[in-house]
Unconditional design. Sequence first.
Length: 651
Amino acid sequence: MSDQIESILHEARVFPPPAEFSAQANVKAEDYQRMMEKAASDHVGFWADLAREKISWHTPFTVTLDDSNAPHYRWFSDGQLNVSYNCLDRHLAEREEKTAIIFESDAGDVTTYTYKELFDEVGRFANALKNLGVQTGDRVIIYMPMIPQAVIAMQACARIGAIHSVVFGGFSAEALKDRIHDAGAKVVITADGGRRGGKVVPLKAAVDQALESGGHCVEKVVVYQHTGEAVEMKATRDLWWHEAERGMPDYCDPVMVDSEHPLFLLYTSGSTGKPKGIQHSSGGYLLNAIITNEWVFDLKDEDIFWCTADVGWITGHTYVAYGPLALGKTIVMFEGVPTYPDAGRFWQMCERHGVTVFYTAPTAIRALMKFGDEIPNQYDLSKLRLLGTVGEPINPEAWMWYYRVIGKERCPIVDTWWQTETGAHMIAPLPGITPLKPGSCTLPLPGIDAAVVDEAGNEIPHGNGGYLVIRKPWPSMLRTVWGDDQRYVDTYWAKFNNRYYVAGDSARRDEDGYFWIMGRIDDVLNVSGHRLGTMEIESALVAHEQVAEAAVVGRPHEVKGEAIVAFVVLKGEIPTGSQRDALVQTLRNWVAKEIGPIAKPDDIRFGSNLPKTRSGKIMRRLLRAIARGERITQDTSTLENPQILEQFMQK
């Protein structure tokens, strides 16, 4: 059997950047060429120049990269700064009255904060945390709805040098407990509840449940009064946010920390074993957050930028809470879901707030595609000038719908590849320069040395699939797994003897050097001696006119090694009886025609939706269990709709 992963998807469409967009882009062709040459000839100097230009340092650094203990790299290690100062204080002279945050609640109410108002809010809450005994280096868990107070809490922690760990408000009490214990958190910041799709999500109750078994370091729980639901407040431990702030001054002196001081921990989902606390630094993380917002999103002073991600995920850190604010831009925050009160919510908000740059996940795009073109066509989307996608590879048909229906064929789409661990975009188009190919994240950004290699770590010819790796360190890379340096090395570096960062994704490069992500390495299927990436089979299924979404997994097969099982969501009703059988055969033949008989699904099952977390992530491990006929023992409390699993259990 070949070690290489076979590429079976072929996409020939190319969309050059509009001339009008290129003319005003932050990064023009000549800038790009100069940056690429500098990064190639002087990798360390390239990053040093950017760090001096983009960050306000309290103590300038003299050491750019310390690689003496690789793969534990250190960037700008003798420099000192404060991340909150870089996001707020430095803008006040010129942008005091500029809108920093436009917040729309689940019910549609709108609240705005200017940079001065946000500065005051952050200062007041930072003083409240200090008053509660939170010191530099202490860990603070933030378990909040997607409301401005979540960003205020993050910035307040950064201001006093506390290390925050945001836990997505859709996670269960058990998942929250694991993260509290692992981080050794001193304080938990939460709300009485959150609102999503017209329903209240009880957050304080989950915190109480997470803490009831004891054995933790939590001294205080600060509760923001958001929904007005009655909650139990434990004397001496719990206090309301407004009580904690009472009498606190608006100004809090920013604590200057070393560049390598941890800014935050962010736990991966921990679907197998103990969750990993990804540790990010202050200076290096901030640098990549700033430049990717500037380069990839082409952000201007007049832009209204809406990244739909929750702050519980890395996307919400880099492209909501930190990067845009460090550039002094205006962001949109939204508490609800894209389909409440109807499937026009995203597009209505784009119209209402004059959104110019819009960044969301392929799962959201595919879910909204199901409702057809008529709904987005009801809204004025003419202010949009740039679209983006994040979270997983986007299949070409969803890309084309996004481009045609939402962007009206005039907005470049930046398909961004990166991870919690990388901190910021690694491979993405520069929208004024890069010709776009539907489904490809295109090319590595300047300073990022990405490659596709085989089992021995050798770069492989274009057209073949292999391991996606990054061969040189970059500033926003994770520093370690919190409390477990060995796990950090074993997970991300050991495969190629600590030479390369191993992303865990399979990829290929085409004849133009463009990267195509083929799925997670552990999602690769071994079918009759062929190694196939699941994403390509999913893309072929979604290209059929009746299919809205698809997820593909493998199950053991005594002859072929693995059989292909496809879970499909249709645009219309699910057929029954002979019509269902006919559609299964039609889709199998369609995949065979699109990419070859080897990729034909052995089993196709239909459901009204795929099992997803509330963040839109498909829970493939549950689908694998269903495909294999196993009893589901994993926690399903983070699913948007657990009943979906029962639909897929029926063949």
